[in-house]
Design a protein around this ligand. Sequence first.
Ligand SMILES: Cc1cc2nc3c(=O)[nH]c(=O)nc-3n(C[C@H](O)[C@H](O)[C@H](O)COP(=O)(O)OP(=O)(O)OC[C@H]3O[C@@H](n4cnc5c(N)ncnc54)[C@H](O)[C@@H]3O)c2cc1C
Length: 368
Amino acid sequence: MQPQAAKNGLYPVQSPFQLPISLCQPMFTIIENVSLRAYNSFHMDVKSRYYAEVKSTEDVHEAIESGKLAKFGENGHLILGGGSNILFTRDYDGLVLRVSNKGIESHFEEHDTVFVTASAGENWHGFVTWCVDHGYGGLENLSLIPGNVGSCPIQNIGAYGVEVKDCFHSLEAIDLKTGEVRVFSKEECRFDYRDSIFKQELKGKYIIWSVTFKLNRNAQVQIEYGAIKQELSDLEIDYPGISDVSQAVINIRHSKLPDPEKLGNAGSFFKNPVVDLKFAGKLKESFPNLVSYPANGDKVKLAAGWLIEQCGWKGFRDGYVGVHESQALILVNYGNAKGSELLTLAHKIQNSVYDRFGVKLEMEVNII
Ligand SMILES: Cc1cc2nc3c(=O)[nH]c(=O)nc-3n(C[C@H](O)[C@H](O)[C@H](O)COP(=O)(O)OP(=O)(O)OC[C@H]3O[C@@H](n4cnc5c(N)ncnc54)[C@H](O)[C@@H]3O)c2cc1C
């Protein structure tokens, strides 16, 4: 079967000094008992019973057609990108498929609009930088978010007033049962706050293979959110372009968030809870300093970090697990923590927030 990704002209970017992929790349190979420590940003020292990298659609098709994938059963495989939104609580007994396809291509332009397709295995920040360097605006507020392009639609990543859905056009995904390539439109992805159809009924059923974004050569920069304006002013930039905004976001993130290379973490561990306006109003009567933002309809988004901080968790540490000292939403591994210990801590936090505020915190991180 001819994969649609190739039909649409998305080929891996290759240096002229490289051999053709078919000559130098090994075929799809499954290896046993592989440590996943280097492949997850919590640095959990777990093993996968089986592990394979998929670099081409042929690899995926071989995995399916040879029966190697089916062998591990419906829930016996895990697709892995950059591992920055996963908490491993145990060794994984099935097959980890690490998506490693590469390539970025701008393939259609209309006035100021540019359509850019990136392979799932591309590093997200590398891709954002590529767009900024080419003058394609829209994603700059999402600079420095860890992970890969293929994962960005799964939880509709967002930061500094922008979500991926704002620039999303479509994606190509491969059905892991049939090998068929399916194109998903924006509506079909059912994007919501840190959510999409791929976190719900299609979880684990498709490999997202490439994502197409609708970007703009003449983008209006978005600087109203968070500390961007202040950072631009500190940089003495009066008329910011997309590269200035990207740099401001990078500076802010460097100053605020722990670097997973130095301190294991997966960013926000919990989602900001979205509650009814009426409930939020009552809560505000009891807790006048409650931090909240308007959400869609008659809903209000509460700042999960504030709720956790009020319960006294900020800076908490027990052995190797803890809550970051300046970001209560970030749980950390101080060295040799076990995923199960981190999960126990997460449950304790959920319980105490519920007891104090009557609010259920939902985990943003995928628990394995
Ligand atoms: C320091 C830090 C800061 C962060 N800041 C933010 C932020 O500001 N905003 C935000 O939204 N997130 C943030 N995150 C979370 C994380 O970066 C994003 O969720 C990111 O999109 C995860 O990408 P990944 O490739 O690492 O996914 P992984 O952790 O590898 O996988 C996440 C989920 O997607 C599935 N998956 C991965 N690739 C594919 C694929 N190709 N096809 C199908 N399924 C797939 C996995 O099975 C898993 O369920 C942060 C994380 C860290 C560590």
